[in-house]
Design a protein around this ligand. Structure first.
Ligand SMILES: Nc1ncnc2c1ncn2[C@@H]1O[C@H](COP(=O)(O)OP(=O)(O)OP(=O)(O)O)[C@@H](O)[C@H]1O
Length: 591
């Protein structure tokens, strides 16, 4: 089981740190040195009883014991620093591998799993494994060596009595494995309830403003306290259920000591064993008993963290977006046009497809707009173009190549996307824009902010570009946040820019200015925008009109108006609403 655990750890990290092997060898040496010091004590006891004790023997023993002690301090220190160095480096690598794997997972995975569960796997589960590697492996190795050597010493003193100790060891291990099996029945539940409690805590803190606004403290608190109570119960069961077996393990290990005491006493009485050897046998069997206890404790914890290891391995086995790992990094399409062929897509765990048989052509170096009623599939189409999901069927071609065969890093580098929900990090405004292109100069960052109509409000912030934004950039208005995310996308200078209602929260004049920038950009970029306000995309070279997951109409503004279909209806409704005027009625209220 231990070997399996170590192998799984190596797999998790993706490499085997040499410091760990070195540290474990040093721990084994430490265990040997401990046995040497016990041997010296045994010799001293024998010489007392044999009356051969003398000052030189006492001095020699003292020097021997001191050397062993100093040697052990040196060895255990060195062993631990190697084991810690190796373990922490490997676990850091494991975390990076997990994060890299998460990058490649389809967005649906994140919405299906709760953030709390993920954070438990990345924190508590990994910490448990890390703790066991760093604190148990070295102790386990030195304990095993000490125990084996002491058993050899026991055999040297009296083979028959040593065998009495040895035969009880398999029983101890049998009880230990029984305990592990019982624990494994409850530890899964404990880890699951811990994940759930963490998820509830996360939801509670995230949604505290909504909870407060709608007076939902009672309901929200009930959910949270329920989850915490379940975790508490699972923890209690895990601790109490195997306790009888843990006690039995202690009894079986102690029994060997008892057996030796009684049998040794009998042999002593029969004068077949002398007193000095009787004392030595008991002294050593007591040490074996202690070592067995240490091993038992560690192996029980090992079982617990093996479960954590399985959960992380399961996370790593989640299937990534098809293109992510297999893509060809050398493919660079000759043009930035996008062709969509018979594309259909259903969200995970949904029965109705969000997109059905979409066929269209998105011109290079032009603006294409996607419009349609809410829920018609506009954002989904945009996200599929950005390869955030794997389609059920159909193809998306970038130039002449199917995006499935293009390496995801190439796609990521060439596509800039502005999402509906803007995510800003707790960093300066400057750094938030710089995320778009880490190699950009300060001038380029400011230029991108100017193009996104963000420079003016940034200059008015307390520290300008160096103003630190709070959690998720809460100190900015919705429109300001959107402009920062547009600046970020512009800074990327990607040949394909996708904007999902990127200007929904900005005022009309800013929106016009941003669209003017997009028009300029479209001279050398493929720009795809999802828009609700149709007057902003009137000049788009192509407009895709979505309805209930289908592409209903396509063409430019004038063609679509002539078709007198859904687009014409939407256009007319918006034009009517633009002509509305607020006038006071007789009671003086505006209507
Ligand atoms: N992560 C998801 N999981 C399951 N269903 C989803 C998910 N995201 C969107 N949907 C569903 O897919 C359909 C299309 O959604 P989509 O967001 O693409 O529409 P939209 O046209 O962009 O809407 P809006 O204009 O309101 O943003 C909707 O029925 C929506 O409920």
């Amino acid at each position: 089981m231990l070997i399996k655990f170590i192998r799984a750890g190596y797999q998790l990290a993706g490499y085997q740190d040499r410091r760990l092997t070195k540290g474990l060898s040093l721990a084994a040496l430490d265990g040997c040195l401990l046995t040497v010091s016990y041997f010296i004590v045994a010799q001293l006891i024998l010489s007392v009883f044999n009356t051969t004790i003398s000052l030189p023997i006492i001095l020699l023993s003292a020097v021997g014991l001191l050397s062993c002690l100093l040697g052990r301090i040196y060895l255990s220190n060195l062993a631990l620093s190697h084991v810690f160095g190796g373990t922490y480096a490997m676990m850091a690598e494991a975390r990076i591998r997990i994060i890299n794997h998460l990058h490649a997972l389809p967005l649906g995975w994140f919405s299906a799993k709760r953030t709390g569960d993920l954070s438990v796997r990345l924190t508590s589960d990994l910490e448990l494994i890390e703790w066991l590697w760093s604190h148990f492996l070295a102790v386990f190795t030195s304990t095993i060596f000490t125990m084996l050597l002491i058993l050899a010493l026991l055999c040297w003193i009296d083979l028959f009595l040593a065998l009495l100790v040895i035969i009880t060891i398999p029983f101890s291990f049998w009880v230990m494995s029984l305990t592990q099996r019982v624990i494994s029945r409850y530890d899964e539940k404990m880890l699951d309830t811990a994940s759930n409690a963490q998820a509830e805590l996360y939801d509670y803190i995230q949604g505290i403003n909504v909870i407060r606004c709608f007076g939902q403290f009672g309901t929200a608190w009930k959910r949270l306290s329920n989850a915490l109570f379940q975790q508490y119960q699972a923890q209690l069961v895990l601790e109490t259920k195997p306790s009888a077996l843990v006690a039995l393990f202690g009894f079986v290990s102690e029994f060997s000591f008892l057996l030796l005491l009684v049998s040794g006493g009998y042999l002593l009485f029969q004068e077949r064993l002398d007193i000095q050897h009787f004392i030595l046998l008991n002294f050593f069997s007591l040490i074996v008993y202690r070592q067995l206890q240490t091993l038992g404790d560690g192996l029980i914890k090992l079982r617990f963290s093996s479960r954590a290891m399985e959960r992380i391995k399961k996370l790593l086995s989640e299937t990534s977006v098809a293109t992510y790992n297999d893509g060809n990094a050398s493919i660079i399409p000759s043009s930035n046009e996008i062709t969509i062929k018979q594309l259909s897509f259903t969200y995970p765990e949904q029965s109705c497809p969000a997109l059905q048989n979409i066929d269209c052509h998105i011109h290079a170096n032009a603006i294409t707009a996607i419009v349609g009623p809410s829920g018609s599939g506009k954002s989904t189409l945009l996200q599929l173009i950005a390869q955030m999901w794997t389609p059920d069927s159909g193809q998306i071609l970038w130039g002449e190549y199917d995006t499935k065969i293009i390496a995801s890093e190439i796609l990521d580098r060439n596509i800039a996307m502005v999402f509906q929900d803007v995510v800003l990090f707790s960093a300066s405004v400057f750094d938030n824009i710089l995320i778009g292109n880490q190699n950009a100069t300060a001038e380029e960052v400011i230029q991108a902010a100017k193009l996104a109509q963000a420079d003016e409000f940034i200059q008015k912030l307390p520290d300008g570009y160096q103003t630190i934004l709070g959690d998720n950039g809460y100190s900015l208005s919705g429109g300001e946040r959107q402009r920062l995310s547009i600046a970020r996308a512009l800074l990327k200078k990607a040949p394909i820019i996708l904007l999902d209602e990127a200007t929904a929260s900005v005022d009309a004049s800013t929106e016009v200015a941003i669209h003017r920038v997009l028009e300029n950009l479209s001279q050398h970029c493929t720009v795809v925008v999802v828009a609700h306000r149709l007057n902003t995309i009137q000049k788009a070279q192509k407009i895709l009109v979505m309805h209930a997951g289908c592409l209903l109409e396509q063409g430019d503004h004038d063609t679509l108006l002539r078709q007198n279909g859904l687009y014409a209806q939407l256009w007319q409704r918006q034009q009517q609403s633009l002509s509305w005027q607020l006038t006071p009625n007789k009671q003086g209220m505006t209507t």
